[in-house]
Ligand binder design. Structure first.
Ligand code: T6T
Length: 316
């Protein structure tokens, strides 16, 4: 999978670019709007969606927010709506605020597929494709509790409230900790707005206030990057245990050097491919699957060299 994406990136550099538009054409035009376009999770998802669109002979126009921000993503949705695409694959950055814009584009006839994140309004989207984020949060909690010897304080740092994926991860994490690891004290959750520098300073202030801090759950890529930097600056790498979501190259490096301990990796490529297939099925009035769950895997230093694990590493 990693090799596949590397090849694709090379091809893309000489064509439209992996992260740009696919070269297909025809009446079944699709658009993809990701959460944050520079995020390796979404780059990997986009890359696979483009490959699938090319294979299916349809045009896929790609866009994404510059930051994790409703005010940035909403105008992108509204400008895509004005082009009346046949299908829209979207990772909404908020569970509620973008519903009116999505309702409007859906009412105008565009088949909406929610990829990765979703909105709470169940009437939006013909299909929803994501990891089981709650289960991923539980996996992170189990691994972290074991690394902490089931004692000490732990903290969750995540993106912002109102994001379906990361909210579900926190729910699963907290439920598992409370039900099965009573020796661990959970500090209040902190939110970094998807900014690594904020996560870095949050982990340093937490360490100053709670010198006994034993574990951290990083809710996504940018959070994990900030936590790695903050722990290194405090000289606490390897001493404070970290479970993080995702598997982009910096996280893999941090796993190798012992700053991060467990990565709950998703399969963004599968989400992108399935997104294209479900949108086309809806346009063609074929059978559409309302909910599709994609794979996850827990990566540690011990298993990271196995080919069946390496295939989950993200492309940057
Ligand atoms: O964890 C992924 C994605 O699943 C989540 O919705 C937002 O953050 C990421 O893109 C990683 O940074």
């Amino acid at each position: 999978f990693a090799g596949f994406c590397a090849v694709l990136a090379l091809t893309a550099a000489t064509t439209a670019g992996c992260g740009g538009d696919s070269g297909g054409s025809g009446s079944k035009s699709l658009d993809l709007i990701t959460g944050v376009k520079s995020d390796p999770f979404y780059i990997t998802m986009t890359c696979a969606a483009q490959q699938e669109a090319k294979k299916r002979g349809v045009k896929l126009t790609v866009n994404g927010s510059a930051q994790w921000d409703v005010a940035v993503q909403r105008p992108i949705i509204d400008s895509v709506a004005a082009t009346h695409p046949g299908g829209l694959l979207i990772s909404p950055v908020d569970t509620a605020a973008l519903t009116p814009s999505l309702q409007q584009i859906q009412n105008a006839g565009t088949k909406v597929v929610l990829v990765d994140t979703e909105v709470s309004d169940a009437s939006i989207g013909v299909s929803r494709i994501s990891s089981d984020n709650e289960a991923g949060g539980r996996t992170a909690a189990k691994s972290l509790a074991q690394l902490m010897g089931d004692k000490g304080s732990a903290i969750v740092i995540s993106v912002k409230p109102g994001v379906s994926t990361t909210d579900a991860r926190i729910k699963g994490f907290n439920e598992e900790m409370k039900a099965n690891h009573p020796g661990i004290t959970l500090l209040p959750v902190l939110y970094d707005n998807d900014l690594p520098a904020t996560a870095a300073s949050q982990i340093q202030s937490t360490l100053a206030a709670h010198p006994d801090l034993g574990g951290v759950f990083a809710g996504n890529t940018n959070t994990a990057q900030g936590i790695s930097t903050g722990l290194q600056a405090a000289g606490k790498q390897g001493k404070v245990k970290v479970a993080a979501f995702d598997a982009e190259p910096d996280e893999i490096t941090a796993l190798t050097n012992g700053t991060l301990d467990v990565l709950v990796a998703q399969d963004p490529g599968a989400i992108g491919r399935q997104g294209v297939d479900q949108a086309l099925a809806a346009i063609d009035k074929k059978k559409v699957t309302a909910h599709i769950g994609t794979d996850m895997v827990a990566i540690t230093k011990a298993n990271m060299d196995q080919p069946d694990i390496k295939k989950f590493f993200y492309q940057a």
